[in-house]
Design a protein around this ligand. Structure first.
Ligand SMILES: NC(=O)C1=CN([C@@H]2O[C@H](COP(=O)(O)OP(=O)(O)OC[C@H]3O[C@@H](n4cnc5c(N)ncnc54)[C@H](OP(=O)(O)O)[C@@H]3O)[C@@H](O)[C@H]2O)[C@H](O)CC1
Ligand SMILES: [K+]
Length: 503
């Protein structure tokens, strides 16, 4: 699913109106109907005692006015407050005239900000994708009043004051802190960034049949990988007579004294990820552990007891993963360097392999094309630079993948998969329960399994692994709850998660 800019979203509206031979007013009615559908599904058992619709002067305000009418017709108590302006959008004016006379409608004045009771539900239809400057004056006062009141807020399309796809020009200007955001057609880039979570709240996208042709032709580096209604990326079915070579023989180099658990988790995920064969290289101290916990895997114990010091002969493998629990011993760094210099097969680098790259940046020049790196934000900062702004980090991600012709899985909520051509795919699955030790090791094992799979290209394999990893987390959390989820639960749910992604 593509993510478009505010400008492209306006062009998409225009294209929809032209291609479907409808009026802009009809499209606004569709948007309001979609909002009503969401509203009724969400609040049917818990009807708000008071619904206050705040309307700005543009089409976002027009959506609010149309929704106020529909809510009134559906029997909800509704009040409307209008933000005064010098000019109003034509569809706003039209919907204002369509409001039933019995509805309470008043224009906002500086000295009479609306009274907000704890059980008021506020609909924020002040500004949407047409926001052209930071909020100021009466609009800013209203938004501060709203945020201070602590009432529930449903933002229409975008929380007012938030830019849909760019950083805030004035960090001090107020932005609505919505409880829910219901947007139209496609998700907005702003929704996916941690720095905006407190504004966006729980977000949803409602279909309003926008032009599929325009979306298909629109150029954008940003994508959202959805699981439902059908997965954006799919795993081919296994063939009846397939030989295990099709699924590849993977080599995993992982573990050091005290961190052999990382090798156990990553190897479990690789096996559950459907790899044909797995060999795990561990320090000597890990031999019994791997042989006992992972009887399906072969094990290569290093001569050193506490860390990996020798790169195994690579000719038998279709993919190699390195890093979970590896430690940063100089001998392990040398192993990593030798791997980067000699490997002829797909590589997956995680954890201490990334920390070693960060410490020895000259090694970045050795990355073979399509190598997959799976850093969290801290590890990514060690590879690039530490930044506070999420938009800036996304730019660094695109610069890095294009420069090094690699794939970077920047882990977090909405994990971003950056491709060598600068495209970025945000993941839709997963939950905060996955912020737990070992979760990343599981992802490494799963990426490794799918990189060894001879049927998949590098980007598809990586996006599938990320989608399945998050889905495994969602399936696991349904049993354990988010707090009770541990990385081993992810491994156990990889099978069903991959099943859900089958073509
Ligand atoms: N496909 C869709 O997504 C659909 C979206 N719809 C809705 O339309 C809005 C976008 O509507 P638009 O009219 O383009 O923009 P806004 O309503 O967000 O606001 C524009 C007006 O607000 C003024 N403005 C902008 N910023 C400020 C500010 N900081 N302070 C005061 N006033 C501001 C702006 O004035 P200008 O001087 O900039 O011209 C405009 O007057 C979208 O978000 C959806 O909700 C359709 O209804 C259905 C399809
Ligand atoms: K809004």
């Amino acid at each position: 699913m593509k993510i478009l800019t505010a400008t492209q979203t306006h062009q998409l509206d225009e294209a929809t109106i032209q291609q479907q031979h409808i009026t802009s007013l009809a499209l606004m009615e569709r948007a309001a109907q979609a909002l009503l559908r969401w509203f009724e599904a969400r609040f049917h058992a818990d009807k708000p005692a008071d619904t206050l619709v705040l309307c700005g002067p543009g089409n976002n305000g027009g959506d609010g006015l149309a929704l106020a009418r529909l809510l009134h017709e559906a029997g909800y108590p509704v009040r409307v407050v209008l933000l005064p302006a010098d000019k109003y959008a034509p569809d706003y004016e039209h919907n204002l005239h369509l409001l039933p006379k019995v509805l309470s409608v008043r224009k906002l004045a500086a000295k009479s900000l609306p009274i907000l009771d704890a059980d008021t539900l506020v609909i924020d239809a002040l500004f949407g994708t047409g926001l052209s400057r930071p909020l100021s004056g009466l609009a800013a006062d209203l938004v501060c009043h709203l945020n201070d009141s602590g009432v529930r807020v449903l933002a229409v399309d975008v929380p007012s004051g938030l830019l849909a796809n760019a950083p805030q020009p004035d960090p001090k200007a107020p932005v609505v802190q919505a409880t829910y955001t219901v947007s139209f057609g496609l998700p907005k880039l702003a929704f996916l960034l941690p720095q905006n979570a407190r504004y966006v709240g729980e977000w949803h996208v409602e279909d309003i049949q926008l032009s599929a042709k325009f979306i298909a032709e629109a150029a954008t580096p940003w994508h959202f990988t959805a699981l439902a209604p059908s997965p954006d990326v799919q795993l081919p079915q296994r063939r009846q007579f397939a030989y295990k070579n099709v699924y590849g023989h993977a080599l995993l180099l992982a573990g050091s004294r005290g961190k052999v658990g990382a090798a156990v988790l990553a190897s479990g995920a690789c096996l559950r990820g459907g790899v044909g064969l797995l060999t795990v290289a561990v320090p000597g101290c890990g031999y019994d552990i791997i042989q006992t916990t992972r009887p399906e895997a072969m094990c290569l114990p290093d001569a050193e007891a506490d860390f990996i010091s020798v790169l195994p002969e690579l000719t038998s493998y279709q993919a190699v993963g390195i890093g979970p629990g590896l430690g940063q011993h100089e001998a392990s760094r040398a192993v990593l360097e030798q791997l980067l210099r000699t490997a002829q097969v797909p590589l997956v680098l995680d954890a201490d392999a990334l920390n070693l790259l960060g410490e020895h940046r000259e090694l970045l020049d050795l990355l073979p094309p399509d190598t997959v790196l799976t850093p969290h934000v801290g590890e990514f900062a060690r590879l690039t630079e530490k930044v506070d702004d999420d938009y800036r980090r996304l730019q660094l991600l695109r610069d890095f993948t294009q420069k090094h012709k690699c794939i970077v899985v920047l882990k977090g909520a909405y994990t971003a998969v950056g491709a060598p051509n600068g495209q970025v795919y945000f993941n839709s699955t997963g939950n905060p329960g996955m912020a737990t030790g070992g979760s990343g090791d599981v992802l490494t094992g799963l990426v490794l399994a799918l990189r060894a799979d001879q049927r998949l290209d590098a980007l598809t394999a990586t996006r599938l692994a990320v989608l399945a990893h998050g889905h495994a987390g969602d399936l696991a959390a349904a049993h354990t709850g988010q707090a009770g989820l541990v990385a081993g639960d992810l491994v156990r749910h990889i099978g069903p998660a991959l099943q859900a992604l089958m073509r």
